[in-house]
Design a protein around this ligand. Structure first.
Ligand SMILES: Cc1cc2nc3c(=O)[nH]c(=O)nc-3n(C[C@H](O)[C@H](O)[C@H](O)COP(=O)(O)OP(=O)(O)OC[C@H]3O[C@@H](n4cnc5c(N)ncnc54)[C@H](O)[C@@H]3O)c2cc1C
Length: 440
């Protein structure tokens, strides 16, 4: 844990340096003739906004070494929140200028404006479109793949046009070394893009997997069994996930994230993903032919028991959120772990409980208690019904509740309710770990 905390702190400092250092560097060396205070503030905001936008490429580049301390979901969340600040800074830049120097409003006419102002307009409009489509993608029903492609195009446009605007104005960039600094930063941002879109896919292309089985599970769900083809594969920790590409090459931008559902203790590199039919990609999983070459990018995520030593594990799953939990349980069984595990598992009905029989069988191999909570129970059901809540916790968990580690995965509304219930039971935030399938 300490190791992750240290690494996290280092990366936060590196992030701040990347954003602030270029700003401070502008103040070194030769200064142009001073301008009024608000003009200078507006320019500083523009520079900071641009530096933040460029670094956004790094946040989603899936550098495992960088994202490990927090997990991908936290990084994506940060990427989203920080983009709002970056947009705020970039928009504040012209707005302040228009207020203090209203004659600059003429630059909004892109037909008569010089190129450097046209680039500014292009960058700002792209950025606004980028954020608006990201915020309202689900509401406007934009197809994920269409949105993802447009997101990349708009991001490149926004940053490239922003740079051209800055270089075109070159007010603070008279010293050649300052130009070199910004050119260096630009090369770094382009490098990030090249890494994500070319280097990483090339690496995946050289390490393909073959589908060795496609197994039907309960609950409109299928398990893909995949074996490394010509390489040893990778090791993962139970609870982690990977990005799967089935129908195209790794160069396509449509990898889908899925938790590993198999035991992390198998030595032959075999991995399984258990996938519920929820949309266009997932509905075609059962058609994947045995022998098909697929690509996996992983492992990712901080949602794993291996980082959080516990006296007992409390696993709380809703629907397909069972996949990381079954990996955890299978792994603990394979490792011969003696610690108790309690699985609180919410499902629609008795028939659709994915892994129902296997969970029952696993009870013979480890100290496992499974509590099914059904929304639509059968007539003769004497178990828990409705949704998992604080009362269910109190019935099955030994106090003190704050002594256990909790792992939660399921639909957002269920996870929100459980997180609230745990905080009502005085379980500190550091003791519960959530994997949200909606983070992308
Ligand atoms: C960390 C993580 C682990 C997951 N593990 C599992 C699992 O073990 N089993 C399981 O069944 N599901 C899992 N999911 C959910 C799964 O990724 C989505 O259900 C699936 O990608 C939907 O694709 P679709 O085209 O079938 O659905 P669509 O109807 O096209 O999309 C539904 C929603 O899924 C998301 N989505 C779609 N395509 C992608 C993509 N390429 N990348 C990221 N998100 C996308 C979008 O939010 C979209 O709005 C996981 C998600 C995450 C983030």
């Amino acid at each position: 844990m300490m190791r992750y905390a240290m690494r996290g702190t280092v990366w936060v400092i590196v992030y701040l340096l990347f954003i602030l250092a270029p700003l401070f560097a502008l103040l070194l060396g030769t200064w142009p003739a001073p301008r009024d205070f608000w003009t200078e503030v507006s320019v500083a905001l523009g520079y900071a906004g641009l530096a933040m936008m460029g670094l956004q490429f790094g946040l989603t580049a899936r550098f495992r070494y960088v994202t490990d301390p927090w997990g991908e979901d936290v990084i994506y969340h940060f990427h989203r929140q920080i983009s709002l600040i970056a947009v705020g800074l970039v928009i504040a830049h012209p707005l302040i200028l228009f207020v203090v120097r209203p004659e600059l409003l003429a630059l909004l006419n892109s037909i008569t404006a010089p190129w450097r102002a046209r680039f500014a307009a292009l960058s700002t409009y792209s950025l606004i479109a980028l954020v608006v489509t990201a915020l309202w993608r689900a509401k406007w029903n934009i197809r994920y793949e269409t949105w993802h492609l447009s997101h990349i195009v708009l991001a490149v446009l926004a940053v490239a046009a922003g740079l051209l605007h800055m270089v075109g104005w070159s007010f603070y960039l008279t010293d050649p070394w300052k130009q070199v600094l910004w050119i260096g930063l630009t090369i770094f941002w382009i490098g990030l893009l090249v890494y994500v879109r070319i280097v990483k896919p090339l690496f995946m292309l050289r390490r393909p997997y073959r589908v060795s089985d496609v197994r039907e599970e309960r609950g409109d769900t299928w398990t893909l069994v995949m074996r490394p083809d010509g390489h040893p594969g990778f090791r993962f920790s139970p609870g982690q996930f990977g990005w799967l590409t089935v129908w195209g090459s790794p160069f396509t931008i449509t990898g889908h994230p899925f938790s590993f559902s198999s035991s992390a203790a198998v030595a032959d590199g075999r991995v399984e993903m258990t996938i519920r039919n929820l949309g266009d990609f997932t509905s075609a999983i059962h058609k994947v032919p045995v022998g098909r070459r697929v690509y996996l990018d992983g492992p990712y995520g901080a949602f794993t028991i291996d980082r959080n030593p516990a006296d007992m594990h409390v696993l709380i799953a809703g629907g397909v959120g069972i996949t990381p939990m079954v990996s955890i349980i299978r792994t603990l069984a394979d490792r011969g772990d003696p610690r108790p595990v309690i699985l609180l598992y919410g499902s629609k009905d008795w028939e659709s409980i994915t892994f129902r029989e296997e969970l029952e069988a696993l009870k013979a191999r480890l100290d496992l208690t499974v509590v099914h909570v059904l929304v639509h129970p059968p007539a003769d059901w004497t178990g828990e019904q409705g949704f998992i809540n604080a009362e269910v916790f109190k019935r099955y968990l030994p106090p003190p509740y704050a002594a256990h580690e909790y792992f939660i995965c399921g639909p957002d509304v269920m996870m929100d309710a459980i997180e609230t219930a745990l905080s009502e039971l005085d379980v500190p935030l550091s003791k519960y770990h959530s994997e949200r399938y909606s983070f992308v």
